[in-house]
Design a protein around this ligand. Structure first.
Ligand SMILES: C[S@@+](CC[C@H](N)C(=O)[O-])C[C@H]1O[C@@H](n2cnc3c(N)ncnc32)[C@H](O)[C@@H]1O
Length: 424
């Protein structure tokens, strides 16, 4: 018996029919989620792990992005990624560094000609840049040539993102664009000396060394880290809610690489019965004013050296994701001699999301996670990891640490992984 293979035209017709059916399915799913969203009040606050409103909003974005991709033809889509993606960043970078967002008033508008005079670019060139930005939903230019902020471009001029966007238009684009060169040179981007940052920034310094030498950008970076508290998916406030810290009541916890102690402070506000030691490098600790809390003190310690204190808990937030596996093993090896039976290791990191039944519903989180992973690769030659990868990493160095679980409520992209030490 011969099996008929469909002709190219027939195959195309079938593919189009299944695409149309999928677009229809998504259109219905979008309508259903939009109706539910319209019926809900937005009760999210920065202290919340994702509200139902926020979850629905993310589902809708994922479904719409998926439907939009289905409707694209490949060449248009790919040109949008390569040519368009490059221009998107280039135009936004030019506008930001020219000072356009700050020169446009937040209410009312400014004549294009006056704006061009302020930012010292000729009127027609600025008009063209703004027309392009308009296709991205940034700024509007009226028929009367009045430039106004859109809801989205206003974020470049006010709020938590405005003071740090200069970092974002400087470092991520060039680091990302030179991933190929770093990979060609080294075969991987493992370790800060192999990250594409160095190719992009044309420097021999690592990301860390470069920031030490460029305090303006170091300050942007710190502000960027702190702005995470505005995002319910990553907010450090969640850490006080997703883990029952009473196990450390009357006990001592070291926040290793704890920076200014801003995270420990959030936990301490809710659980005042814990004694905290914030350990970090001298350059972080020395400039800090003495602690204003009786149950919190600062201490210089390099986590690549042997931990001098045996305490009840070791808390590491956003430490391992900055380092390649070999460096993480050195950090764990430094900790190992201090561990006593019953001591707990708590690792707070973004962990790879569990796939949703409909992939598009988890797309926003998947994008966030994979974006962070690529950022870690390109800036510092490091990784975001799955729960299993963290388990293997820890088990390989300290088999006496028994994994107790990952505390990660739905909607939070950051979880607390917990181990308890039982003698080996
Ligand atoms: C990404 S920040 C995380 C800070 C803090 N844990 C948080 O969640 O905001 C990494 C921290 O590790 C510290 N760090 C880097 N190398 C270190 C080392 N060798 N020993 C101790 N701390 C270090 C940095 O100074 C910085 O405060």
């Amino acid at each position: 018996m011969t099996v008929e293979t469909p002709s190219t035209a027939e195959a195309l017709r079938l593919a189009n029919a299944s695409t149309t059916a999928e677009v229809l399915r998504l259109a219905n799913a979008i309508q259903e989620a939009a109706q539910r969203l319209a019926a809900l009040r937005d009760e999210s606050s920065p202290d919340d792990v994702l509200s139902e409103h926020e979850q629905l909003r993310q589902q809708l974005i994922g479904r719409m992005a998926h439907a939009s991709r289905l409707l694209q033809n490949p060449i248009d889509y790919l040109k949008g990624l390569t040519q368009g993606g490059a221009l998107d960043v280039g135009v936004v970078r030019a506008l930001v560094l020219l000072g356009v967002p700050k020169a446009v008033p937040l209410t009312g508008g400014i004549p294009l000609e006056a704006l061009a005079g302020t930012v010292k670019v000729d009127v027609s060139t600025l008009g063209r840049l703004l027309d392009y930005a308009g296709t991205l939903g940034l700024f509007t230019v009226s028929d009367e040539q009045l430039v106004r902020h859109s809801r989205l471009s206003a974020g470049l001029a006010q709020g938590t993102y405005a003071p740090i966007v200069e970092w974002d238009v400087t470092i991520p684009p060039v680091s990302a664009l030179r991933l190929y060169e770093a990979l060609r040179a080294n075969g991987n981007c493992e370790g800060a000396e192999r990250a594409s940052f160095q190719f992009g920034m044309e420097t021999n310094e690592t990301f860390y060394e470069w920031h030490k030498a460029n305090p303006k950008y170091a300050a942007f970076f710190r502000l960027g880290m702190e702005s995470e508290k505005e995002d319910p998916r990553t907010a450090p406030q969640n850490l006080a809610r997703i883990y029952d810290w009473t196990v450390f009541d009357g006990k001592t916890v070291i926040d290793l690489g704890g920076s200014t102690g801003h995270v420990a402070r959030l936990v301490a506000d809710k659980y005042p019965g814990i004694d905290w030691i914030i350990q970090d490098l001298p350059e972080t600790i020395k400039p800090l004013p003495p602690s204003d809390r009786a149950n919190m003190r600062f201490e210089e310690h390099d986590f690549f050296h042997t931990q001098p204190r045996s305490v009840d808990g070791y808390f590491l937030r956003y430490i391992f994701h900055n380092w390649a596996d070999s460096d993480c093993r050195r950090i764990l090896a430094g900790l190992k001699p201090a561990l006593r039976p019953g001591a707990r290791l708590l690792v707070a990191e973004m962990v790879q999301p569990v796939p949703t039944a409909a992939r598009e519903d988890g797309w926003v989180e998947e994008r966030l996670f994979t974006r962070r992973d690529m950022q870690m690769m390109s800036y510092v030659g490091a990784h975001e990891r799955t729960v299993d990868e963290y388990r293997r990493l820890v088990d390989g160095v300290i088999p006496g640490l028994r994994f107790l679980g990952c505390h990660k409520p739905m909607g939070s992209t950051v979880g607390i992984l917990e181990w308890i030490y039982t003698a080996e």
